[in-house]
Design a protein around this ligand. Sequence first.
Ligand SMILES: CC(C)(COP(=O)(O)OP(=O)(O)OC[C@H]1O[C@@H](n2cnc3c(N)ncnc32)[C@H](O)[C@@H]1OP(=O)(O)O)[C@@H](O)C(=O)NCCC(=O)NCCS
Length: 161
Amino acid sequence: LDRPRLAELLAQVDVFTPEEQAVALELADHRLSHPGSDDYRFILTFAEAAPPAPSPLAGYLCYGRTPFTRSTHDLYWLATSPSYLRSGVARALVAAMEREIAGSGGGLVRVETGSREGHGGAVRFYDATGFEREARIAGFYAPDDDLILFTKRVSAAGARP
Ligand SMILES: CC(C)(COP(=O)(O)OP(=O)(O)OC[C@H]1O[C@@H](n2cnc3c(N)ncnc32)[C@H](O)[C@@H]1OP(=O)(O)O)[C@@H](O)C(=O)NCCC(=O)NCCS
């Protein structure tokens, strides 16, 4: 987990407020200070770079087991660097998360996002990657910004779909 490059990426994502960036980094700090804990798992994608240039961080995903559930996971954070948007980075990150969940017996994934246009295509991304719109709470984030709750079921590895 490369905290400096994660902080750099978060600062580039316009839709994240400074408070949201701080919370995203808190999860990274929790992970770094509790290496044995599975609460917040991170998957990072680095882009190719000609050496000796450092590989830029193209995107990252943070998810974890939802407490008090048998096999539900929360997708807490997902972001692609503005330089790599629409090149399949987030799709590959979600697929990597799903492989991990499948490998640990499968389960439900829950993700919440806002309906406001500024949410950077998140709603269209989840619609396009097999998530179901499970619930909507009008005016949740702001009078014109609803909460949309998406879910996706991930089968156990080797299970029939
Ligand atoms: C949402 C986000 C993670 C998508 O990342 P991405 O790497 O660009 O997504 P992908 O390239 O994997 O897109 C997969 C598919 O999702 C859909 N999609 C993604 N972004 C879209 C957009 N802005 N508009 C319409 N459809 C979109 C498309 O169907 C796309 O497939 P295609 O490019 O072949 O048409 C990115 O826009 C982002 O970081 N936004 C800001 C942060 C955010 O809102 N995060 C999610 C909530 S925590």
